[in-house]
Design a binder for this molecule. Structure first.
Ligand code: ANZ
Ligand code: ZN
Length: 874
């Protein structure tokens, strides 16, 4: 058998069938063993799996198989994030129904995932587009509504007038709809929202408890929630405004800089701006211009700061003689703070840009440490660092924080028209989550509009509100809205004529609770079963891409809290451990005409260390470009099915784990995959060569093991312990490297040929191969089973416990000391850890290198630094 090559095309499907027949990966909720929930972010069924999926799911599978072997009741489910725009676009372009398109893709991708040999409990599969899933989402929506966590309000949205739909900020490219190319308008529409801001503070503070999340993800969430502590300050208008207002209220985090104020600015849609615009056509035109620009962060950060003088003035709170002009400015947002600010150009860059443009004063009030107050000036960079106050009356000499406190106390106790002039205020950048989408392929929002009763939730017994199957996609706008009958219903409350909500939910809603549904997907009457969801959650290890670091994770954290508030779950945090894996990247290629060509079309040759490429088909020249994230647009993708169909799943899995730390990008190369495959074959060959010693039952280990036998045992047990540690830390590449080392050691031991006459070594090899095959099993499960069978072992490795390491073998009882001769390192000495000075000295002088250097003369000196180094002076 040693000469036979391992054939993954036969072995892999065979073992997959064996696992399935034995229901090895079926997970029971009432299993008494300790639970372990490992989950990878479920895929969008776009058509076929890509290498990113292979990497992500391989990592999760290693953890799942390892934890199973360690005695946990492992939950490792899979499903489909199946609603979304691509299905609807396919319907428009190819005249295929979104459901058909989606379910066909699911079938294809499921077969692909199965070919990877993932240890998934497919019995728990869910697809979010299935009424058996979304009915429960609708139930929770109505529960959230009743709990005040869902509401409807007017919101400014990006409106694509050609596609007749609302666009997310990311779908607006240079002010135009990403698909239609039409100039996007800002419209006020009634939209459904989740009250995520009810949990702003909790979502922020609980980040501190997520100690198994990457710091960078926690930081991104922290910034997204954006807590800022500041003050609301009311400024008195010198003349009452056209709408009768006598004060203008602003929000600031830097009340300490009040003496540096040189203007006021309000948002274009601030009530005061509207009142002034009604009387000033120039202002109205400016407001319209701002409206067209939109309010996305990218736009606000890059657009030139512009303003329009309203003619209004306010009085400075501490300097009654100072009057500040009120501008309408394009960089002030209405939905943050109060939609109004005081501008302090010296210490805020936007304010400085604005002041320079309109020739306003720049008054520095914070002096950097060691700067000279008589000469310190601001040119074109605002100073936002630390310092002490100056030019600031009662605050002079105070550090910033103390100055904030001083000014707060003063404003809180100053009266302005019967109210304190200032109040402390905490603000969050986080906004409520707008979930309305004017789309067909999403979860219908289960609400009914009745003229008499208002909005009425669809009663539970009428759920699910199913999508009509006979929708049409041949014109712009929302197919649910066009549908001739779907939206016409009787009001559940008064029985009168009413209209269904035709908006569907943002698909992020679907993915905000799927991890909870997996815990009991069979429950037909409720979204969750409390014993199951509370028993399984939190997910012990969640693995996915960094692109979901903010929204998906934050929404899921919100949803879990909302589920708790409505009795659907009993905990706050869904994911105890989070790991974000790097991307799969690949070289790019351009053909003779400059167009991208795929790796499959390219032949690479290497001559004199230089790589060159040409087209396989025509021999035409190909330019080798940079290494980039695999993407269809650059055609630098590799099809997982081709890899799996050719080299086998284990090769793909092994390579995905081997080359880089899992959090970094991994470069997919043909050579790397080939190397992984060589290793697969090498393990197989070694097992074949070792069969005389390793087949059948374990021989007893003799008490007086030979040195060779002991070395093999030590190598095996050390590797075992290290691999355990690596997998626990998700350091898969390190585990792989150690397994390579062990394979080398075992290969050498076999090659030395001593095992035939050394029963101790033979027994050690028996044990070592046992360990080797079982520790590769989480990574290369098919190969492991095949080897296990060849070695004549019983049962499936997939059902076996993890080998138990003998810790006495993993501590070294010898040490290696460097030996220097006249100050230069010339040799190494291996001695017993407890060896005394005399012993070390004698052993040193017996070393070949030392004997040669001394040339028969006695050494002038031998200095032994115990446990560290030996110096010989010749
Ligand atoms: C005066 C000031 C002086 C400010 C200074 C900053 C530096 P964060 O930390 O993000 O909360 N601001 C307040 N409301 C705004 C709005 N609706 N649109 C645009 N900008 C707004 O930022 C708070 C600061 O952002 C506030 O503090 C205010 O400018 C500005 F040296 O007030 B500051
Ligand atoms: Zn009614």
């Amino acid at each position: 058998m040693a000469s036979e090559r391992y054939n993954p095309r036969e072995a892999e499907p065979k073992w997959q069938r064996a696992w399935e027949a034995a229901e090895v990966f079926r997970t029971l909720n009432d299993d008494p063993r300790p639970k372990y929930y490992v989950l990878e972010m479920f895929p969008y069924p776009s058509g076929r799996i890509h290498m990113g999926h292979v990497r992500n799911y391989t990592m999760g599978d290693v953890v799942a198989r390892y934890k199973r072997a360690r005695g946990f009741n492992v939950l490792h489910p899979m499903g489909w994030d199946a609603f979304g725009l691509p299905a609807e676009n396919a319907a428009i372009q190819n005249k295929v129904h979104p459901a058909k398109w989606t379910y066909e893709n699911i079938a294809t991708m499921k077969a692909q995932l199965k070919s990877m040999g993932l240890s998934l409990d497919w019995a728990r599969e869910v697809a979010t587009c299935d009424p058996s899933y979304y009915r429960h989402q609708q139930k929770m929506f109505t529960d959230f509504f009743k709990a005040g966590l869902v509401y409807r309000s007017k919101s400014k949205v990006n409106w694509d007038p050609v596609d007749m739909t609302v666009l997310a900020n990311e779908q607006v490219v240079d002010g135009r709809g990403w698909r239609s190319g039409a100039v996007v308008e800002q419209r006020e529409l009634e939209q459904w929202k989740f009250r995520i801001t009810a949990y702003s503070d909790e979502l922020l503070s609980a980040l501190d408890t997520l100690d198994r999340w990457p710091d960078k993800v926690r930081l991104m969430q922290r910034n997204w929630i954006g807590k800022s502590e500041g003050m609301r300050v009311r400024f008195e208008l010198v003349e009452p405004a056209p709408n009768g207002d006598r004060t203008l209220e602003i929000f600031t985090t830097r009340a300490d800089t009040l003496f540096g104020a040189s203007f006021m600015a309000i948002a274009p849609d601030h009530p005061l701006a509207k009142a002034c615009g009604a009387q000033d056509p120039g202002l109205a035109a400016f407001q319209e211009k701002c409206r067209q620009m939109g309010t996305s962060v990218a736009v606000l950060e890059t657009a030139e700061k512009e303003g329009y003088d309203t003619g209004l003035k306010v009085r400075h709170p501490f300097l009654p003689e100072v009057e500040l002009t009120v501008y309408v400015a394009n960089f002030i947002l209405m939905d943050y703070g109060t939609g109004a600010i005081f501008g302090c150009p010296a210490h805020d860059q936007r304010d400085l840009d604005f002041a320079r443009k309109y020739g306003l004063k720049v008054i520095p009030v914070v002096l950097p440490p060691a700067a000279d107050p008589t000469s310190f000036t601001i040119d074109d960079t605002a100073y936002d660092g630390d310092g002490t106050l100056f030019n600031s009356a009662f605050m002079d000499g105070l550090p910033i924080e103390a100055a904030k406190e001083a000014v707060a106390r003063r404003l809180e106790t100053t009266d302005l028209h019967g109210a304190p002039q200032g109040t402390r205020q905490v603000n969050y950048r986080l906004r409520d989550w707008l979930i309305s989408r004017q789309r067909y392929w999403g979860c219908p929002i289960p609400m009914i509009h009745c003229e008499a009763c208002g909005v009425v939730p669809v009663p539970e017994q009428d759920l699910p509100v199913r999508l009509p199957e006979d929708a049409t996609f041949d014109r712009p706008g929302n197919p649910l809205d066009h549908h001739p009958t779907w939206k016409h219903v009787a009001c559940p409350s008064c029985g009168g004529r009413a209209r269904r909500e035709t908006d569907t939910m943002d698909t992020f809603v679907d993915s905000s609770w799927y991890f909870a549904r997996f815990t009991d997907p069979w429950n037909e009457t409720a979204p969750t079963t409390r014993s199951a969801v509370d028993g399984w959650l939190p997910v012990d290890q969640y693995i996915g891409g960094i692109e979901h670091a903010i929204l998906h994770l934050l929404y899921s954290r919100f949803f879990t809290r909302a589920m708790r508030a409505t009795g659907h779950a009993g905990l706050d945090e869904p994911f105890a451990g989070l790991f974000t894996q790097g991307m799969v990247v690949h070289e790019t290629y351009r053909g003779p005409d400059g167009a991208w060509v795929s790796p499959a079309e390219v032949e690479i040759t290497e001559a004199d260390g230089k790589r060159s490429a040409r087209l396989k088909a025509t021999g035409g020249p190909v330019e080798i470009g940079g290494i980039e994230k695999m993407s269809k647009s650059k055609k630098n993708t590799v099809d997982p099915s081709e890899i799996i169909g050719g080299w086998g799943a284990d090769t793909a899995r092994w390579f995905m784990l081997s080359d880089s730390p899992p959090e970094r990008d991994v470069i997919w190369t043909e050579a790397g995959a080939e190397g992984a495959h060589r290793f697969v074959q090498r393990i197989w060959r070694m097992v074949g060569e070792a069969l005389p010693f390793v087949s059948g039952g374990a021989p007893a280990l003799p008490a007086d093991l030979s040195a060779a036998g002991l070395a093999v045992r030590k190598a095996a047990h050390k590797t075992l312990v290290a691999v355990e540690d690596d997998i626990e830390k998700l350091a898969f590449n390190r585990a792989v490297a150690r397994i390579y080392e062990l394979a080398n050691t075992l290969q050498k031991a076999l090659a030395d040929g001593g095992a035939g006459s050394d029963p101790g070594l033979a027994a050690a090899l028996h044990e070592a191969f046992d360990i080797l095959v079982r520790i590769i099993a989480p990574m290369m499960p098919h190969l492991a089973e095949e080897c296990w069978q060849a070695m004549g072992r019983e049962g499936l490795i997939a059902t076996l416990g993890w080998p138990v390491a003998d810790r006495t073998l993993t501590v070294d009882d010898t040490i290696v000391l460097p030996v220097q001769i006249n100050g230069k390192k010339r040799a190494e000495l291996t001695v017993a850890r407890e060896a005394g000075e005399a012993e070390v000295r004698a052993a040193t002088l017996a070393l070949d290198a030392v004997v040669a250097a001394l040339g028969g003369n006695p050494p002038k000196k031998v200095i032994v630094v115990p446990q560290r180094i030996v110096n010989v002076v010749a």
